[in-house]
Structures are given as C-alpha cells and as structure tokens.
Design a protein around this ligand. Sequence first.
Ligand code: ADP
Ligand code: MG
Length: 277
Amino acid sequence: MAEATRTRPDTTTVVRTKDVTKVYVMGKVKVPALKGVTLDIQAGEYISIMGPSGSGKSTLFNMIGGLDKPTGGFVYIDEVDVAQLDAYELAWLRCRKIGYIFQTFNLIPVMSALENVTLPMTFAGMTTDEARDKGMGLLARVGLAERYNHKPSELSGGQQQRVAIARAMANSPNIILADEPTGNLDLSTGKEIINILGDMNRNEGVTIITATHDIKMVSASDRIVWIRDGRLAKIERREDLDIEVGSIGGDAEGGIEASLQGAGDAGSQEEEGEKEE
Ligand code: ADP
Ligand code: MG
C-alpha cells in the first residue's frame, strides 16, 4: 500500500480543467464532444489520454493547449484561467509555455530540420546565433544532429517526428502536448518516439500530455486518463497496471521495458524528486 502515499505533497498543478464542455455546432446539428471534464495534471507528470476514435481526445487537447475555447467550464494553465487571457497573452502561452506535437508532424516543408526547430525561438526573440546553438543541441538530443540541413521530405516519418519533438522543446516549455504522436508511425519507430518523450519528461522535467489510442504509451505514462464519449471514464496510475502492461509489451526491447521495470520500485520515487526542479 506504500504506492498510495506516492502523491507528491509539494507538487504544483500545471493544468487544471473544471467541468469542461465542448459542443460543436454544425448548422442545425450539435455535436457534444466533451461533457464535463475535470482533471488536474501535476508538474512533471507524463499523462496519456486514452480512448477510442471520436471520444474527445483531440478536443480536450485543443482546450488544454489554448487552441480552441470550451463551450463551458474552465481551463487553467499554471492556475491562470486561459479564457481570461488577451490575444497577446495567449500567443505568449502558446509560444513559450507549451510545445505541440501532432500526428502528421506539421513541419514546414520548405525549411530544413534546423530552421523548423529554430523558428519558434525566433518568434520568441532569440538571436540567430543563440537559436542555432540551441537548435543544434536539440537536434542532437533527438539523434538528428547530422540531418540538420535536411528538409522534411528528405526525412522518414520517425525522423520528422523527432524534429517535431525538438521544435516542441524550442522555447523550453513546461508542457508538451502531443496528439497521437505515434499515430502515423510503425511499431518500433513509435517506441523510439515514446522513449524520447519519456526522456524529455525525466531529464527536463517537462510535463507530457499525450492524446493517444496507442497502448504502447501506457508504459511511459505516470497516469492514464481514459476518456469515453466525452467523459472521463477512469484514471489509473501506471504502477497499478504493471502486470497488464508487462504482457502487452512482451515483444518490446530496451528502454520501455527498462523503465517499466523501475516503475514501482523505490528508485522511481527519487526520479520524481528530480523532476520537481
Ligand atoms: P478523438 O480525438 O478522440 O478521435 P475528437 O476530439 O476529434 O475525438 O472528436 C470528438 C467528437 O467531436 C467526434 O464526434 C467528432 O466527430 C466531433 N468533432 C471533432 N472536431 C469537430 C469539429 N471541428 N466540428 C464538428 N465536430 C467535431
Ligand atoms: Mg484525435
């Protein structure tokens, strides 16, 4: 029962949603995509929002990321009500506080990998030299230093997604939102992406929120938020799922399994301490 005491008393809530609803209006048809979602996410957590297609994952993701407005309820980022932000503050939040990763990578085709990564830094006012250094460092972090001058069309899907991760980290955000980041990738490439996100989470302390229906994501997550038909169905902690995950990931090698093994032991508690910094 020691696990039950693992909630971190001195953690900060980075994302809080309260009774969030979203109704899409299409002519005369109303589509209720979210039906009252209340969720707290702590700094340094790795959260997977899981659910079938059409359950409302992307809609929730767009609300949390300030990309769309809820019909009802509240979204707080660092305890600030996103709905109260003016256009400038919202742009600042999107540029500095949150890094976005999409299923379809969404890189700019005419730009090199490095230019894609440094673009958000330029928006944030960094000098060209600083941006270049930081961009090269981030590309090295995702294993693409030697591909810095390649255009997206000259990179594989997995490589493009790694560039997108580097881009998401450009302005050292405290939150990364990833909507189906492995959706367009094969099994082993998807695992690489999950490992890199897990690494950013552990080493940079970045809070990761992924919307996914990829069960591989479970192994990297601290909590799994199951959403069904616009409502939270249940929230589970990974350590409570270890046995099931072990059988799911039976074919996996390396990082995921290793991190899985460590999930429930005392070592991971120390890791959590580090994340707070
Ligand atoms: P998921 O990401 O889990 O697949 P979505 O959040 O994309 O689910 O969609 C939830 C529901 O909202 C679905 O019924 C979908 O058809 C509907 N929906 C999503 N986006 C829109 C939109 N822009 N306009 C109208 N309906 C939408
Ligand atoms: Mg979606």
